[in-house]
Design a protein around this ligand. Structure first.
Ligand code: G3P
Ligand code: CA
Length: 260
């Protein structure tokens, strides 16, 4: 059975901070999630991958080169894949300075640290499992970490999503009480099968039409659009009746969408 992703009225549009409030703070850091709360997002989004010793860390790219100083700290370790370094090594990295000197020494957080740091924030969480085929068994390890932090399992607070729909079928089997989001734009013919285990379809905003949103709603799934930073585009998507916008700019979204 599929769990409803949100109990919000149809006129409400959820504001999801993409990698945190990532226009103003370094993506996938606790600083960016705290800023998302200050900017009155409803939820924050993050990307999970795994270290070589199977610890869950927040990084978007499959290498650490863009968002940390790894090339300087470990010059001999190219191409600096997340899965090639231990957690202890990744903890030596600065994940803030690439963005701004103001965030110097901001660490790459673990999933557990993030769940604990943000548990009292009142925000919901859109948790993306990134590139799960690189990390066999990651679904069960994410589920174990969530069970250690049960406040996140309150109905309506958490959605787990991925571009890898097979991984999401697996996650649904491991943790059937958690709503599932599918990244991408399934065809109309694919929707009935996907609705057996998913609660959300989350496409790039350029793929969306009012007709597509209506079709997904017809299968009792929500639609969240990414990544939307422009107020006019937000207004157009709201006119299509999307259920949420995933944005780097929760401050901009709050100028368009009143808090629930
Ligand atoms: O949540 C939607 C969005 O995060 C998917 O794309 O590449 O930013 O993870 P990406
Ligand atoms: Ca993501």
């Amino acid at each position: 059975a599929v769990v409803p992703a949100s109990a919000a009225a149809p006129s409400q549009t959820t504001v999801v901070a993409h990698r945190g409030a990532s226009a103003h703070a370094p993506e996938n850091t606790v600083a960016a999630f705290e800023l998302a709360r200050e900017q009155r997002a409803d939820m924050f989004e993050l990307d999970i991958q795994e270290t070589s010793d199977h610890e869950l860390v927040l990084v978007h790219d499959t290498t650490l080169a863009r968002t940390t100083d790894v090339e300087k700290v470990f010059p001999g370790r190219a191409p600096w894949k997340v899965g090639d370094l231990t957690l202890a090594e990744i903890r030596k990295l600065d994940a803030g300075s690439w963005f701004s000197w103001k965030y110097r020494d901001e660490p790459v957080p673990t999933l557990g640290e993030t769940l604990r740091a943000m548990s009292g924030s009142g925000l919901g969480l859109l948790l993306e499992i990134k590139a799960p085929r690189l990390y066999p068994g990651i679904e069960a390890r994410v589920a174990d970490e969530l069970r250690r932090n049960p406040s996140w399992l309150t109905p309506g607070r958490l959605v787990v999503q991925s571009f890898d729909w097979d991984s999401m079928r697996t996650f649904h089997q491991v943790m059937p009480q958690v709503p599932i989001g599918l990244l991408g734009t399934p065809t109309a013919a694919q929707l009935p099968d996907l609705a057996e285990f998913a609660s959300q379809i989350n496409p790039p905003h350029g793929d969306l039409t009012a007709e597509y949103v209506r079709r997904v709603h017809g299968h009792r799934m929500d639609v969240l659009a990414w990544t939307v930073d422009d107020p006019d585009t937000m207004r157009r998507l709201i006119s299509y009746r999307v259920d949420g916008v995933i944005t780097n700019r929760p401050d901009v979204a709050r100028g368009v969408i009143r808090p629930a």
